[in-house]
Design a protein around this ligand. Structure first.
Ligand code: LLP
Length: 427
C-alpha cells in the first residue's frame, strides 16, 4: 500500500536503503525485490505479541507464499519453524540448510514418495490431512522402523470472510478431517493406536487474507471445544494447538488488517478463559511475513489511448509473475519508481504483456506523466507472486533480489531462454 513510509531520494523509490531504479538497471526487469528487514520486523512483531500475551508459541512460516533457498535461510536466522507442502519445497528448504526438525509437512494429497522423503529426512511433524495418508504413513513407519510426530488437520466448519478460493475452514472443503461427521474422531483413534506416531496436537486453518479477529476467535473456541471432546473420549490433551495462518495484509487503502498484537491478545484471552492448561500455540503466517516486503519492478513499454476511455499503460511482465489479479481479482497499488516527486496527472490500466485480456495488473492506477522506459513498482507483491509464477507465452520468470541496510544481493537468477528450452526434447 502507498504510505508515507515509502522512501524516495532524488525522486526515486528506495527499498531497504537501495535505489530501486539502480536495481532495475543492474538486474533488469521484471524484477522481484524483497526488503529483508521488513520480513525480520514482521517475525519479531509476531514473537513479541506472543511473549506479551504470555503464551508458549511457535511461528511456522508458510513457505508456499515464497519458497526459495534464500528465504529459508532468513527463516533459519530468525529461528522460526517453516511449513512445506510438497517434495519440492522440502528439498529447497533442506538444500538451504534449514533444520529438518523445524519443518512441518502439509498437503492434502502427499504422495508415498513425499512421505518417505519426509520420514527419511526426519521432519519435525507431518500434518495428516486424510485417511489415505494415515495408512501410507503407518506403512512407511513400520517398514522403516521410524517414529514421527504428527498433527491432525481438522476442518472446523468455519467460513472465513475472504475470496472463495482462499477459504479452507468450511465443511465443504478438500482439506482436513471433517469434525461434524465424526471423521476427526475416527482419525484420532487411528493415530493414537499407532505406536509409531506421536500425536503432537491438532491443526486447523480457516483461510487466507482474513481481516478482523472474529474468525480466529471462533477458531480458538472451536479448537478448545474439540480438544475437550478428545479428552473425554480418548483421555488425550494436545500439546499443541495450531491455528494456521491467513492474517490479511494491506494491499490498498481499502484494506484494514489487524495487528499481530490485537489478534494474539484476543486468542490468548479466549484460550485462558476456556482451558485450564493452555497448549502451546502455533501459527503459520505466510503472506503477512513476506507480502509487504516485496516489490515488483517493471519497465513501462507501450501505451494505448482510446478516446473517452481509460488508457492502457503496458509493462514488461504481468500475469506470469503475478497471477493474483487475474485469479482472485486481487488489487494492488503502484508507483513510478523514477518519478516519485512528480504530480499525478491521469488514471490508467496497468496492463501486462501476456496474450490475455484478463492480464491487467492494476485496473485503475493514478500516475504521473509516464513514457516508455520509466520504472513501475507494484507494492506488496512478496507473497504468492514468485511462488505462483509461470512461463505462459514462454516468458522467462524474473530474478529475485534481496536488499537490506543499503546492500543488494541476487538470490534467484533470471530464467533464460536456455533454461526454458532445457527440458524440451526433439521429436
Ligand atoms: N497454513 C495453511 C495450512 C495454509 O494452507 C496456508 C495458505 C497458510 C498457512 C498461509 O496462509 P497465509 O498466512 O499466507 O494467508 N495463493 C493464494 C493464497 C493461498 C493460501 C494457501 N494456504 C493467494 O495468493 O491469495
Amino acid at each position: 500500500m502507498i504510505t508515507d513510509e515509502l522512501t524516495s531520494k532524488n525522486g526515486h523509490l528506495m527499498i531497504g536503503g537501495v535505489d530501486s531504479v539502480d536495481l532495475a538497471k543492474k538486474y533488469g526487469t521484471p524484477l522481484y525485490v524483497f526488503d529483508v528487514s521488513s520480513i525480520r520486523d514482521q517475525i519479531r512483531k509476531f514473537k513479541s505479541a506472543f511473549e506479551n500475551a504470555g503464551l508458549h508459541y511457535q511461528i511456522s512460516y508458510a513457505s508456499k507464499a515464497f519458497a526459495v533457498k534464500a528465504i529459508y535461510q532468513v527463516m533459519k536466522q530468525e529461528d522460526v519453524h517453516i511449513d512445506v507442502v510438497s517434495g519440492g519445497e522440502l528439498q529447497t528448504a533442506l538444500a538451504a540448510g534449514f533444520p529438518s526438525d523445524k519443518i512441518s509437512f502439509h498437503g492434502n494429497n502427499k504422495t508415498f514418495e513425499e512421505l518417505v522423503m519426509a520420514v527419511q529426512n526426519h521432519v519435525g511433524v507431518i500434518m495428516l490431512d486424510n485417511f489415505h495418508e494415515i495408512e501410507l504413513l503407518s506403512r512407511i513407519l513400520k517398514t522403516d522402523h521410524e517414529k514421527i510426530n504428527v498433527m491432525l488437520r481438522l476442518t472446523p466448519g468455519i467460513s472465513a470472510h475472504t475470496h472463495k478460493y482462499d477459504q479452507t475452514g468450511q465443511t465443504d472443503s478438500k482439506f482436513g478431517f471433517d469434525v461434524e461427521s465424526g471423521q476427526a474422531n475416527k482419525a484420532m483413534r487411528l493415530v493414537l493406536e499407532d505406536e509409531n506416531m506421536n500425536l503432537l496436537g491438532i491443526h486447523a486453518h480457516i483461510g487466507s487474507q482474513i481481516f478482523g479477529t472474529q474468525g480466529f476467535v471462533m477458531l480458538a473456541q472451536k479448537m478448545v471445544a474439540m480438544a475437550k471432546d478428545f479428552q473425554k473420549e480418548f483421555n488425550y490433551w494436545p500439546e499443541v494447538l495450531n491455528l494456521g495462518g491467513g492474517f490479511g495484509i494491506s494491499y490498498t487503502e481499502d484494506d484494514d488488517p489487524i495487528t499481530a498484537q490485537e489478534f494474539i491478545n484476543q486468542i490468548a484471552d479466549e484460550l485462558k478463559k476456556n482451558c485450564e492448561k493452555v497448549p502451546e500455540i502455533w501459527i503459520e503466517p505466510g503472506r503477512s511475513i513476506v507480502g509487504p516486503a516485496g516489490y515488483t519492478l517493471y519497465t513501462i513499454g507501450s501505451r494505448k489511448d482510446i478516446p473517452d476511455l481509460t488508457p492502457y499503460v503496458a509493462v514488461d511482465g504481468g500475469m506470469g509473475d503475478n497471477i493474483r489479479p487475474a485469479l482472485y481479482q486481487a488489487k494492488y497499488e503502484s508507483v513510478v519508481a523514477n518519478k516519485m516527486d512528480q504530480p499525478i496527472v491521469e488514471t490508467a490500466h496497468i496492463a501486462g504483456k501476456y496474450c490475455e485480456s484478463g492480464d491487467i495488473l492494476i485496473d485503475q492506477q493514478a500516475l504521473p506523466a509516464t513514457k516508455s522506459g520509466d520504472i513501475l513498482a507494484i507494492l506488496d507483491t512478496g507473497a504468492y507472486g514468485y511462488s505462483m509464477a509461470m512461463n505462459y507465452n514462454r516468458n522467462p520468470r524474473p530474478a529475485v533480489v534481496f536488499v537490506e541496510n543499503g546492500h543488494d544481493k541476487l538470490v534467484v537468477k533470471r530464467e533464460t531462454y536456455q533454461d526454458l528450452l532445457s527440458l524440451d526434447l526433439d521429436y
